[in-house]
Design a protein around this ligand. Structure first.
Ligand code: SAM
Length: 436
C-alpha cells in the first residue's frame, strides 16, 4: 500500500532532537497547521509531542508518542528493518500501525484500516508453512515463520555477530513486567527526594527483546521494559557475555550517552566497574536485576550489593537449575563440579545441610532432600543475615505452564518501603497454583 504521507515516531533524547531538527531543516520543513514562523529546532522539538510538516519531499508526521501505539522504545520492540531507497529503515510492526490508525480516528486512517486488515490476512495466510511461508517469511521479519514455532532459537545477523533470540515462556514475560513495575516506583520515590542519581543495572541483560513462545512475536526484554519506565533513570548499565546480543541491544536503544553496555562476565564487571561507582556518599542509588540462566552468578555479587547499602536487587533464584545439577535426591551422585558451582552461588557449603535432612531407616540413616520452598527460605535468611540486606521479600515462585517452579524471584532492599512495594507487586502477580 502506498500513501502520500510518511509518519515517523522519534525517540525523546537530546541527541535525537538535534538530528531530527537537522533533517527537517534539510527538507525545508514548514508546520502544516500552526505558526509558520515557528523554528523547528532541537529546543522546540523537546517541548512538543507531535506535529505534521510540509517538506519538499511531501508531508511528514512526526510523533513521539503515537496514540494507541506507545513511545519509540515500545514501537521498536516489534519493528523490523527494511531496505527503502538507498538504505535500511526501521519499520513499525503492522499490528502497531493498525493500533495507531484505529486510535487516531481520522477518516483517512479508518479507511486505511480496512486495507491494513486485508494485508494482515494475506501475511497470515502466507506464513502458513505449507503455503508461502518459506518465500515470504524473511521479508516479513528477521526470522522465518518456520523458526517461530518450537525448535532452535531463531537468529539474525547484525554486523559481525549473530544474535540468538531466546524463546521465552509466559513466566519470563511476567518476570519482565514485575521488574518494570518495581523500577517505576523506585525511580519515582528517589526522584522526589532530590539530589540522588538513579542507576539501573541489568547484569544478564540479553539483547533487549525475545520471542514469545505463546505468540511467536517479539516481546520486550528487561532492558527495554525498564528504559520505558517513567521517570527515567539517570544511568543504565547493561552487561552480557554475548557480543551479538549487545549489538542488538545497542541497535534498539540507539547511541545514548546514559546507556552503557559492557561485554563480559557480569560477576567481574559488577564488582570491578559498576558497583564501586554507586557510593552512598555520592548520593547514587541503584536497582540491580540479577537474572542468570542458572548457577552462573557468584555470591560475592549479591553480598557486595547488600553491603553497599546503596543497591536494591531483584534476583532470579534458579531453583530448577540447582535441582538439575546439584540438589539430587542422592547427594553422593552429584559431581564435584556441580557442588562447586552451587557453593559459588550460595557463598559457602551450608546449602548441603539446608537441602537435606537425615532420616532414620530400619537399619541405617539416609539423607532426604528438602523441598524448593525450604531452600528458598534458607537463601532469604542468608540475603539478610550474611549479605546484609535489611529487608528481603518473600520468594515468589515463577511457574511454567505445567505448574512446576522454574525459579523464585526475590526483591531485596535497605528500605522497608522498597520491600513493601515489591511484595505487593509479587502478590498482584502470584500465579494461582500450589508450589511444586
Ligand atoms: C535469562 S537471560 C536474561 C534475560 C533478560 N534479563 C531479560 O529479561 O530480558 C540471561 C542472559 O545472560 C547472559 N549471560 C550468561 N552468563 C553471563 C555472565 N556470566 N555474565 C553476563 N551475562 C551472562 C546470556 O547471554 C543471556 O543473554
Amino acid at each position: 500500500m502506498i500513501t502520500d504521507r510518511l509518519d515517523i515516531c522519534y525517540a525523546r533524547d537530546k541527541k535525537n532532537y538535534r538530528a531530527l531538527a537537522t533533517g527537517l531543516r534539510e527538507l525545508d520543513a514548514r508546520l502544516l497547521d500552526g505558526e509558520e514562523t515557528l523554528v523547528l529546532d532541537a529546543k522546540t522539538l523537546e517541548f512538543g509531542d507531535g506535529f505534521a510538516v510540509e517538506t519538499n519531499a511531501g508531508i511528514l508526521g512526526c510523533l513521539s508518542a503515537p496514540a494507541g501505539a506507545g513511545r519509540f522504545l515500545e514501537l521498536i520492540q516489534g519493528a523490523s528493518e527494511m531496505v527503502v531507497g538507498s538504505g535500511p529503515i526501521t519499520v513499525a510492526a503492522l499490528e502497531d500501525v493498525i493500533r495507531l490508525k484505529r486510535a487516531s480516528g481520522r477518516p483517512s486512517d479508518l479507511v486505511e484500516l480496512e486495507i491494513l486488515a486485508a494485508l494482515r490476512e494475506e501475511i497470515e495466510y502466507a506464513r502458513r508453512p505449507s503455503i508461502g511461508g518459506r518465500l515470504l517469511g524473511r521479508q516479513l521479519s528477521t526470522f522465518s515463520s518456520d523458526e517461530r514455532g518450537k525448535g532452535s532459537a531463531p537468529t539474525t545477523r547484525l554486523g559481525e555477530h549473530e544474535v540468538k533470540f531466546d524463546k521465552v515462556g509466559e513466566w519470563s514475560e511476567l518476570k519482565i513486567k514485575i521488574v518494570a513495575e518495581y523500577a517505576q516506583p523506585f525511580s519515582t520515590i528517589l526522584k522526589a527526594q532530590k539530589g540522588f542519581t538513579r542507576v539501573y543495572i541489568d547484569a544478564f541483560s540479553g539483547p533487549g527483546r525475545h520471542i514469545s513462545k505463546k505468540s511467536g512475536e517479539f516481546v520486550p526484554g528487561s532492558p527495554l521494559a525498564v528504559l520505558a519506565v517513567s521517570p527515567p533513570f539517570d544511568e543504565y548499565h547493561f552487561i552480557d557475555l554475548d557480543q551479538g546480543k549487545l549489538d542488538e541491544l545497542r541497535r534498539l536503544v540507539g547511541p545514548r550517552s546514559d546507556v552503557k553496555l559492557y561485554q563480559g562476565d557480569c560477576n567481574d564487571v559488577l564488582l570491578s566497574e559498576v558497583f564501586p561507582t554507586i557510593r552512598y556518599e555520592d548520593y547514587r542509588r541503584g536497582l540491580c536485576l540479577l537474572d542468570p540462566y542458572g548457577l552462573n552468578l557468584k555470591w560475592e555479587v549479591m553480598q557486595s550489593a547488600g553491603r553497599s547499602q546503596t543497591i536494591d536487587m531483584i534476583l532470579n533464584f534458579p531453583v530448577a537449575d540447582m535441582n538439575r545439577n546439584a540438589l539430587w535426591r542422592d547427594p553422593t551422585k552429584v559431581s564435584a563440579d556441580a557442588k562447586k558451582r552451587m557453593t559459588a552461588f550460595w557463598g559457602d557449603d551450608s546449602w548441603s545441610r539446608v537441602a537435606y535432612t537425615t532420616k532414620r531407616g530400619l537399619f541405617e540413616e539416609f539423607p532426604e532432600k528438602e523441598d524448593n520452598e525450604t531452600i528458598a527460605r534458607a537463601f532469604r535468611k542468608r540475603l539478610k543475615e550474611v549479605a546484609g540486606f535489611a529487608f528481603v521479600s518473600q520468594p515468589l515462585p515463577m511457574r511454567n505452564s505445567k505448574g512446576a517452579t522454574v525459579y523464585y524471584l526475590f526483591g531485596a532492599s535497605q528500605k522497608e518501603v522498597g520491600v513493601k512495594i515489591i511484595d505487593s507487586v509479587f502478590k498482584k502477580h502470584a500465579q494461582g497454583r500450589k508450589a511444586r
